[in-house]
Design a protein around this ligand. Sequence first.
Ligand code: ADP
Length: 924
Amino acid sequence: MTVGGGRWRLPLISGTALLAVYLLGAWAVWFTPPSGSVAFWWPAAGVSVTILAFAPRSWWPVLVGGIVTASFAANLTGGRSVEVAAAFSVANAAEAMVAGYLLKRPDGRLIELEQLRDFGRLVGAAAAGALVIALLGGAVVALNDMGPYWATARNLFTSHASAVLVIVPVAMTWRLRAGIAERWEYGVQIAALLAVTLAIFVPQHHLPVAAAGLPLLVWAALRLDPRTVALEILGSAVIAVLLTAAGRGPYGELGQDEATVQLSATLVLGYILTSALIALPLTLAITQRVRDLDVLSESEALFRRNFTESLTGMLLLSRRGNRLEVVDANETAHALLDHGDRSVVGRYLDRVLTQPTAVRGVTQTMLRGNLDGWRGQLGIIHRPESQVEVAISQLTAGDDEAVFAAQLLDVTPLHQSLARTQAAEQLTNALLDTARCVMIMTDMAGTVVRVNQATSVLTGYPEDELLGQPLWARIIPVSLVEETREMFAAPDGKELPGSRESDLRTASGDPLRVLWNTDLVRDENGSPQYAVMTGVDVTAERAGAGLMANLFQAGISTAILGIDAQGQIRILNSGAESLLGCTSEELHGRQFVDVLDPEELRERTDESAGSGWGALASTLDGGNESVVRDWTWRTVQGRLRTVEMTICGGGSQFGPLAGFLVVGRDVTEQRQGQLMLMAALEKERLAADRLRQLDAAKNEFVSTVSHELRTPVTSIVGYTEMLADGSLVPADPQQLPLLETIARNGARLISLCNDLLALAGIDNGGTVWDRSVVDLRELAHQTEESLRPMIRNRDLKVAFELPDEPIPVLGDAVQLERVMLNLLSNAVKFTPDSGHVSTRLWEADGEAWLTVADSGIGIPQEEQDELFQKFFRSSTAQAMAIQGTGLGLSIVAGIVAAHGGWIGVDSTLGEGSTFSVRLPLHVA
Ligand code: ADP
């Protein structure tokens, strides 16, 4: 509770109240009927309960002490013994604590009598408190032999309960002062009540008119405020008790014996209780009702204000058959739906809004009870561009009186702005897609979120291959991927360059040169959300720029001179300056022909054309352009330069010949280089010729010698064999070895001669080749036969793997057998004992294949290229002193080549060699 009014207010009230407890208690004990054991009314109880219910709980110890003391003192003053007084005072305090406790709200403050519920609480608290004093007080009286227990308890109960019920309400209604009545009515009512009460209780009589005051209290309850009612009940109770105690009124003269005293007390208390129990709840019910009505009318006013003033259009709709009719509309709805002077009220809803069938359908579904409410967007019939958001809901049910409400929100502006936004977006899209430059939008992680059409066209990647991918997944060249990724990795897009030129990778792999411009799209907080990159294809410009640079450079080595119609130099470029070794000022105005060698000019021009510029201009083809030709120019320093020069006439369709343009390129070094090159080539050609001649002479010589040598050696060998076999004379056994040596060496000489002659024949085309169908399988059989004597005394495995079918080729059987025999004899010769030699012949892909493989000494890798040259012998063969001339393989290669075939070798030193020959098959 608040201690409003200062620190002294509560102590003051409490002190006064405790004093009242003492005085009222003393008075009550004093007035206790001589025959009775307890007072017949105990108003001090009402005051004690009020004190404890009203004061904060922290005050209770002090106040309870005060109540005990005041009651004790009152009982003593009233003439009771100390023990009885003490016992009663404790019982009084206990009663006050129980009732006081029950009358407190949870926050410790006294309950106010606002509702009937609170009255119930009051009655409960009064009864509980009275019960406590009845039980304790009864015991005190009984124990002290002052009277019977139950009768005392009953008397205590009524006297205390009635006191609490009329005194505490005054405190509980202290702030409830709102009555309906005017001031004068207060006056009249109070005066009437006072008059009637006094009229009942002042005279001594036995008329049963005590209840006559009740209608007046009911009047108060109906019209006056609760506090006045509570005060009136208290006042009339006090008057009744005092006058009855003084032996007046209807109950005062009942008698002095105990029974009649008790009866008159009971009757007075009954009167008091009746007044309290009738008037208090009545006034509370009335007050509550008045308050509820106020709230109701307030909320109705609020609703009405809401309805009329709402910015949302509101309609009240009533059912008419299966349709809804507008019965009320607020201002917004009128503004929205009235058509000219015609109000919306009284019209069917489906006649006001578009899509009438939908509206009717919804109405019927709602009327059937299948739908509580409906929302949708509709138009207004008389305003074609309008759009309203409509919500219809049922307010009250009932078949015929069903009432509905419709809320309408004008969303036309929203709708229009949406349409405008969409149109703008379409325009933007169209702009983006028709733009001729690459436009890419990425999020801040570099993921592509939007590309325009031109991006796909220029890069060759369809849109869906780019969207959702990191920027560097496709179009960034591999070398720039890392750099690009880092740019996006930096916070807030700080590293993204505003503009930059770089390459772009297209789907076809061709690079594009693109000038990028990057902007960041930021949110309202300024943090970047997207990066928008536009790229212009500058490939052609850059290529063009390169060309221009070349052109300028060319300007340095190419001399360009503008000559006027008189042959004077008027303008020249830096190329001309450097070629002629002087500045343009020095040359300006000089005759161009002075630059040329006069002798050469004379030689090349017609005499009839005269001399000087005129002669030169006459060489122009059709007067406009000369042929490109080398001229000798003389520099200012007197040096002669060879210049590839052309002259063209510079006129236009609008005027005569205005001048000439001479374009010259210094080709002195180039021409000198060309001359030197030609001389060198000529020298080389002469040397080659000489070599060829020498080679031919050598071949001639070798053939002649071989030829001349073969005949005498053949006869030497022949005669030696005759001497050895004893066909002429018996051979001396001692001479036999010598004869065999002569014959063997002679045979080697013949073989050498044959080889040399064969080679010479192949080289100079002197060999006459036979061209017949030769079966290589047959040849291989023959070769195998010829080989046999060679391997007779050798420990070699010689294998022939030949096909079942013949292998026909077109050629010279003798020469081809030579090839096989040569390869086989080499294999046998270069394979040490316990090795093997295998020959394979087969046909594949239209060719005959022959391989001769051995497990012999092999040929060093670096020497294999020279293998088929004349007189070549491998270093290993020489080191091992294996005899040979080095002619066999070159003859073999010559024969194979003449047959349109191919020969090759695969050899590993120390492991063996495989010679392979391929010859075209003969197809019959
Ligand atoms: P020649 O056998 O008379 O020396 P060739 O022209 O037939 O002459 O052979 C040239 C050289 O090639 C031989 O001296 C030898 O060094 C090497 N050569 C040829 N065939 C073989 C082979 N099967 N194994 C090892 N070396 C070989």
